[in-house]
Design a protein around this ligand. Sequence first.
Ligand SMILES: [Fe+2]
Ligand SMILES: [Fe+2]
Length: 313
Amino acid sequence: MSKRIRDMRLNEDIEGKYALVNIQEPKEYNGGKRMVLKIRDKYLDEITVTYWGNKDEDLKSLYDSLKDAKCVSIRGHVTENRGNGALYISVSKNFDNSIKATDDYDLNDCLMSIDELPWLDANAEDMKEEFFSIISAVENRYLKELLNNVFSGEFWDKFYIATASQKFHSAGIHGLLHHTLNVTKIARAVAALYPSVDIDLITAGALLHDIGKVWEYEFTPTIEYSDDGKMLGHIYMGAEMVSRKIDEIENFPLKLKKELLHIILSHHDLISMGWGSARDPSTPEAVIVAHADNMDAKTYSEVRKKEGKLNKN
Ligand SMILES: [Fe+2]
Ligand SMILES: [Fe+2]
């Protein structure tokens, strides 16, 4: 079990596998050569590692063996940087420490699962059950068929483990499922206050609003934007998939198609806010989903920040 970065304490020996964030080329210092890198644990916290090499040590080949690594295994010692008081991990052969690239990791070594977060009480299997029970309660037969068609097979397997963001809200394995379920429950609760809004449309819009995120990020094993994410973005990719899946359903009402696509295209609220909406939300259903989306994302970020503060000694 790798030591959590936030729990590392001064003068402690640590051992574990971590995602490599970046690495600098070795540089001379008066005792020999040193190399600085940054690692990230599965909770997305980061710490600097300094490798202190002897004068005759070949740090260039160590650097070459590490520079393209996704995951590194480290044995080191937690030390204080006298300049600014921050902790870093010191690694040196003299003290029998080591750092090496490793392919022997699974996703859970370098990335947290929503199940493990101390500030959530989430369980992926329970969330999955709740997700499909919400779909089964949809009465509109076109929307129900669409939801069952989208959330199935290979796509469901990807959606089930996908993340909702890179660092902020619901970041981690099963994060997209967690965020989507929260947005759907918030939106449905608000919809219950307004009998004239279309609850099935809200439910479908909320469940589908971020499906493009399945392709927006990739686990490398840290969370990175994919080429598709950078070039196309999840709003376009999600709307494109929903449009395609609707066209496979016979007689799907055109008006309903437009209303549903409108929810996806406007779910980042007003265009002027600069968060990537293609349209301003202009139906009650779209307004509700856009605000439910923002409410979950913002609340999650604040809860995580509060947890971070509480953990600092
Ligand atoms: Fe989104
Ligand atoms: Fe979202």
